[in-house]
Write a protein that binds this ligand. Sequence first.
Ligand SMILES: [Zn+2]
Length: 270
Amino acid sequence: MIRPDVMPPPQTPVYWLLVLNNQLIDCASLDKGFAPPLIAVEELMDAEQRYTAQMGEYRGVPVFLMICDGTESLPSDWQWVALRQCLLRSDESLFTLAARACQITGFLRTHKYCGVCGNETSQDREELAVVCGHCGLQSYPRISPCIIVGIYRDDEILLARGVGHPEGMYSVLAGFVESGESFEQTLHREVMEEAGIEVEALEYIGSQPWPFPHSLMAGFIARYKAGTLRLEPTELVDGGWYKLDALPHTPPKGSIAARLISEVKRRAGL
Ligand SMILES: [Zn+2]
């Protein structure tokens, strides 16, 4: 459990995820891996006046979040980089911690006031939450569940390029869970809405938090059952059935989409 406002022990170098909105401080140049500062708390200005919390450990060293407000004076060779940059330049374990740090920062930034009475909130001392001192409403970080599904038919997989996705990048279908839906209901509804087909033999494969801004992807594979492919043009610009041994450009290793695609291939003996 993440406890708010915890400081590292004195004189001990730890990794610092310094976060300003959705950006983090990076000590490495952009052609190298993402490198958060590894320093003792005394080397950071005003650390005791800012929100800090331990996010976990990386290579056996504690990793702390400190929320910045842009007024900090930082060494000139440190730079702000977007969280998406960290995704491309860090291993999965470090990215997971950076993603968590950005989500907590986003939560605190967007929950300064109570959603019921509009009074200011304060941070709960015991858990990751904010509390309204006026009416007592407690609010927790928002997590938005999605389903993502690799649909196969014989030796083919359904891939499509979403509106706003990089040119030439094809992925499996995904969609947000709506209020009151199960994952299975979401999956059948999304696949029908986005592709006009029915699926069967749903299998859960795994999940992945996706911090843009606060999704949690539940990954499935499913078999085509019936219907004619008809891609929803407001969501998908291009796509179709692709032979598993001749796929277009697909999402990078480490993403849940890549895991689903490789699972479908593995079952087809590829
Ligand atoms: Zn309130």
